[in-house]
Design a protein around this ligand. Structure first.
Ligand code: XMP
Length: 611
């Protein structure tokens, strides 16, 4: 089988790149960034991935320059692009304007990688970088540019080396697949890889891995662990899989009953439900830091599994721990050599990592993305209503309920004058005003984690009424703001009256009362999305509870976060407007809430969840 090598410089998207190559039916492998040219001679093409470092930093990962003499086609992406620019005498510098998210690419030369494109054609691409190539390397020509990035695609057709600043592997780079397909054509590879073969191989692999043991599987009722459950039962038989669903107290309203019923409907009768909410609330008392919350939750899953195993007299030597981990869980938790930690997914806490090292964990879908897990689910015969549910994180509403310490943290109340001047000078016709919110959320920018404030944006009047055109303008404003100001990583639009004052409510932890408020709001939100027909078009729609009281009121606020995505590595804001949005705001206003906001942030710079 012909192979493409991907050298991993630590991007959040390296694995996705490998998957995208396989989706074009070509086998690909991820290799260490330091792989020597002599070990790459058997590959039909080499891709240098993105990464969080700067090529000019001391100790940053480099490439063996000999690979450029192998006469194998090479593609550089983001950090990989900058390595190529540097290797061929170009220049890389810290960019004046950083670019995160959407950008418009203009084709100037339709050769090689851009065969089939038209000169002057414009197409949407997804950027995530702080550094820029400022001088074209020798022997290269410019193939395409964006407003802020002249050398967005460059190429040296004689040497079959192409290089681009943006990420072609994400769904939001609209024609990325065509560019990748062109690269594979340049590599002259054979097209002989598919998902059914992968499934058959996986079943054999699971049988080998489990051998004569059994699997204790932690089930969340979501797509991933259900597919993992079905896959394990198919591979080793139902009598060798013990599935346990932990009710953490952070599930959606009536979720336990729904999950039990759904699993029964597909013949999984042997689900054991553990009622753990009291334990979770107790363990999380006084904890407000997002990473700390995630660690406590992940650890408690393991404690509960230990207790149950002991109660059942299971001999630890005979059992493996099963999890429905998928690839974004691993990479976002900093799971590869050059990558940064964005957030610790609940199934990647330290204790799990330790068990993995000891060979005590089995994760049958860990190499897959959500869309592939869904396809595998389909191949296994799971019903579509189960497969098409919105993804829900293991820590559940706990990571959608922001918490605060007992005392006001330093640097909480930031002046917004500069941002208001920027809005006034650049978008005078929109009449916008803004206020930096006194809370923080997690973002991903240039392959690194950020933890910054959201910016509250006000339209001059009651904001839930806006046209589609106005909405698109607001999304552009949001991108411009997060590119320009590094104090913020999100922009949220007030859907009620303009916000003149947002007060942090202190000492807010995870309590049954707060979770119950969010469950009620979340139930209204999801019901409205279903009734209006948006639910199936939206990829995921978190509702976030934030301890900020608006305009002198005393209640907390909520943020709507509907997004479109394919595999969760990038996302864009899903547009809602008109009567649907007004109805949602009207119904949510009946709860004890002050602000209601709409998250206008793509990923990057924001992550899908807020913590
Ligand atoms: P972010 O927020 O990082 O999320 O853009 C990407 C996807 O992962 C889900 N997510 C999790 N899933 N355990 C999970 O099983 C976790 O700890 C976790 N954190 C985030 C998130 O809902 C989204 O679909």
């Amino acid at each position: 089988m012909d192979k493409i090598a991907i050298l991993d410089y630590g991007s959040q998207l390296t694995h996705l790149l490998a998957t995208e190559v396989r989706r074009l039916n070509v086998y690909s492998e991820i290799l260490d960034s330091e792989t020597k040219a002599s070990d790459l001679a058997g590959y039909k093409g080499i891709i240098l991935s993105g990464g969080p470092s700067s090529v000019y930093d001391e100790g940053s990962p480099q490439v063996d320059p000999e690979i450029f003499n192998l006469n194998i086609p090479i593609l550089g992406i983001c950090y990989g692009h900058q390595l190529i620019v540097q290797a061929f005498g170009g220049k890389v510098e810290s960019g004046l304007v950083k670019e995160y998210g959407k950008a418009s690419l203009k084709i100037v030369n339709n050769i090689g990688l851009l065969e089939g494109f038209s000169v002057n054609e414009e197409t949407q691409v997804w950027m995530s970088h702080g550094d820029d190539a400022t001088k074209l390397p020798d022997g290269f020509q410019t193939l395409a540019s964006t407003k802020d990035c002249e050398f967005a695609i460059i190429g040296n057709p004689e040497r079959k080396i192409y290089s681009l600043q943006f990420h072609l592997e994400v769904a939001h780079t609209v024609k990325g697949k065509e560019m990748l397909a062109n690269f594979l054509k340049i590599c002259n590879v054979s097209y002989d890889w598919n998902l059914q073969d992968y499934l058959d191989q996986k079943i054999q692999e699971i049988r080998r891995e489990v051998a004569d043991k059994k699997v204790f599987l932690l089930v969340s009722g979501g797509v991933d662990s259900t597919v993992a459950f079905a896959l394990l039962e198919k591979a080793i038989g139902a009598d060798k899989v013990y599935g346990m669903f932990v009710d953490t107290g952070f599930l959606r309203k009536k979720e336990v009953e729904q999950v039990e019923a759904a699993l029964k409907s597909i013949g999984i009768e042997d689900l054991n439900v553990y009622r753990g909410s009291n334990q979770y609330f107790t363990a999380l008392e006084g904890i407000y830091d997002p990473e700390e919350k995630r660690r406590v939750i992940g650890d408690l899953f393991l404690d509960i599994q230990d207790t149950v195993s002991r109660d059942l007299n299971l001999n630890p030597a005979d059992w493996l721990l099963g999890q429905g981990t998928i690839y974004p869980d691993t990479i976002e938790s900093g799971g590869t050599k050059n990558s940064q930690k964005i957030k610790t997914h609940h199934n990647r806490v330290e204790r799990i990592e330790e068990l993995i090292k000891q060979g005590k964990v089995i994760e049958p879908v860990k190499d897959l993305y959500k869309d592939e897990v869904r396809q595998i689910g389909k191949l296994l015969g799971l019903p579509s209503e189960m497969i098409e549910r919105h993804p829900f994180p293991g820590p559940g509403l706990a990571v959608r309920t922001l918490c605060t310490p007992p005392n006001l943290p330093e640097g909480t109340n930031l002046a917004s004058t500069e941002i208001n001047n920027f809005l006034h000078n650049n978008y005078p016709e929109l009449n916008l005003s803004a206020l930096i919110a006194p809370i923080k959320s997690v973002g991903v920018q240039g392959d690194g984690r950020t933890y910054r404030h959201p910016l509250i944006l006000n339209l001059p009047t009651m904001s839930a009424v806006f046209s589609d055109e106005q909405f698109n303008q607001l999304l552009d404003v949001s991108t411009a703001l997060t590119n320009q100001f590094n104090t913020i990583n999100r922009v949220i639009l007030s859907l009620k009256e303009p916000v003149s004052n947002a007060e942090l409510i202190l000492a807010q932890y995870l309590t049954p009362e707060r979770i119950s408020l969010l469950q009620n709001a979340d139930a209204i939100w999801n019901e409205e999305l279903k009734q209006s027909g948006h639910y199936t078009k939206i990829w995921q729609a978190p509702l976030v509870l934030a301890p900020i009281a608006i305009n002198g009121e005393k209640f907390e606020s909520v943020i709507l976060r509907p997004i479109s995505s394919k595999e969760a590595m990038t996302a864009d804001v899903y547009p809602l407007s008109g009567s649907t949005l007004q109805e949602i705001v009207y119904k949510l206003s009946k709860l004890e809430l002050s602000g209601i906001f709409y998250d206008l942030t793509h990923k990057p710079p924001g992550t899908i969840e807020w913590e």
